[in-house]
Write a protein that binds this ligand. Structure first.
Ligand SMILES: C[S@@+](CC[C@H](N)C(=O)[O-])C[C@H]1O[C@@H](n2cnc3c(N)ncnc32)[C@H](O)[C@@H]1O
Length: 360
């Protein structure tokens, strides 16, 4: 009897999410003699979830707050479903009030949009978020509650999939009421590990059978300002929900101060060139591949990224044996519905996603 793989995953709307690439990734990995797998830039954690549900021991890493919370919930949950059910039932019954989230992110359904959520949902968010702190949960149970809260808010947003600007009308889904549900917690047939580190601190911390790299692509589109492809600014709202630190905010989108341009940039989001005329991100990828302690590396990249396919091939061929080199139509497979600006749409003819498998 053949056992079918479990490729069902769950996650927020996220630029660069590998939701639709998961079957391709699984097809490549399943042929390899690997158990320990590092998902180095785990984002929504969809790839980590798929790996855990198919028997791999997962090391899940991403530098962002939200990804870390998702990974702890999906991979490390350690209470019964009944416990989580009761916890979320309790949270769903909390009364809302006009607090910090409502002040900055709640809009009236009878006036124009330009806010990421309707007031009825931000009021619930204000109430539930305070109650999560009042309950003094363990770190992992708190991560399950926060993941559930973020997934619920993601279902009623008034955005195009990021929080740097908001729709001028109200999206249909923004009229729904939030409801916290138990996240699709993953198999713990192996002991998974979660990190929230810069990738360069992780790549030689252990020996991995395989490492999956899906770094930010930046953009090769000079009409698209660099500040608009930074994950910290795109998803500032999830950071604020997790930290509940009620920070000062700025600009029309009410972004956290610590997401101002130039602060907390990732080297993979750097759009500048060095003195040799090469993009900084090229050096970062070179160093990433070179310093990784693994038998196999599976690298995702996009044809709309800063680094070209030829550059990537040069780097990879220097570091080992290139076993696979797949090109997948990205626009129809992944980008559907995720458009930022007219310039972006009009200046991009075709965008492909690459998957390179390297044996080191
Ligand atoms: C293309 S996304 C990954 C998407 C993910 N594979 C998914 O399916 O959701 C890139 C991720 O890299 C993370 N990141 C950026 N710089 C990083 C760094 N230096 N170390 C670790 N993670 C980083 C970002 O927070 C972002 O989640």
């Amino acid at each position: 009897m053949t056992i079918l793989p479990n490729l069902n995953t769950e996650g927020i709307k996220y630029v660069g999410s590998k939701l639709r690439l998961i079957p391709y990734i699984y097809d490549i990995i399943k042929e390899l003699p690997v158990v320990n797998v590092l998902d180095g830039f785990s984002g929504t954690t969809r790839v980590s979830q798929m790996l855990a549900n198919n028997g791999y021991k997962v090391f899940s890493n991403d530098i962002s707050e939200w990804s870390n919370v998702f990974a702890k919930a999906y991979l490390l949950h350690n209470n019964t479903l009944k416990y989580y059910n009761d916890l979320l039932d309790h949270l769903n019954q909390i009364k809302g009030y006009k607090g910090w989230f409502t002040e900055h992110y709640g809009g009236d359904e009878n006036s124009k949009g330009k806010k990421p959520f309707q007031i009825k949902n931000t009021m619930k968010l204000d109430g539930i978020r305070d109650e999560i702190d009042n309950l003094n949960l363990s770190d992992i149970d708190k991560s399950v509650a926060l993941t559930s809260l973020i997934l619920a808010m993601d279902c009623v947003d008034n955005t195009l999939g990021h929080y740097c600007s908001y729709l001028s009308g109200w999206s249909k889904r923004s009229y729904n009421n939030i409801e916290l549900k138990i996240p699709k917690l993953c198999s713990k047939s192996r002991k998974h590990i979660v990190y929230k580190e810069d990738i360069f601190n992780i790549i030689n911390k252990n020996y991995y059978d395989l490492v999956y790299f899906d770094p930010p692509y930046g953009s090769n589109n000079d009409k698209m300002p660099s500040s608009r492809v930074r994950y910290n600014s795109y998803y500032h709202i999830w950071t604020s929900i997790i930290l509940n630190d009620k920070p000062s905010v700025f600009g029309n989108a009410n972004r956290r101060m610590d997401t101002k341009d130039g602060l907390a940039d990732s080297v993979f989001e750097d759009y500048r060139k060095n003195n040799d005329g090469n993009f900084f991100v090229l050096d970062s990828i070179k160093s990433l591949i070179h310093n990784t302690n693994a038998h196999y590396i599976l690298l995702s990249y996009s044809s709309s990224g800063r680094v070209t396919k030829d550059d990537l091939l040069l780097i990879l061929n220097k570091e080992g044996k290139l076993l696979q080199n797949k090109e997948i139509d990205y626009r129809t497979n992944v980008m559907g519905g995720q458009r930022w600006t007219n310039e972006w749409i009009n200046s991009t003819n075709r965008t492909n996603e690459y998957l390179f498998l390297l044996e080191k």
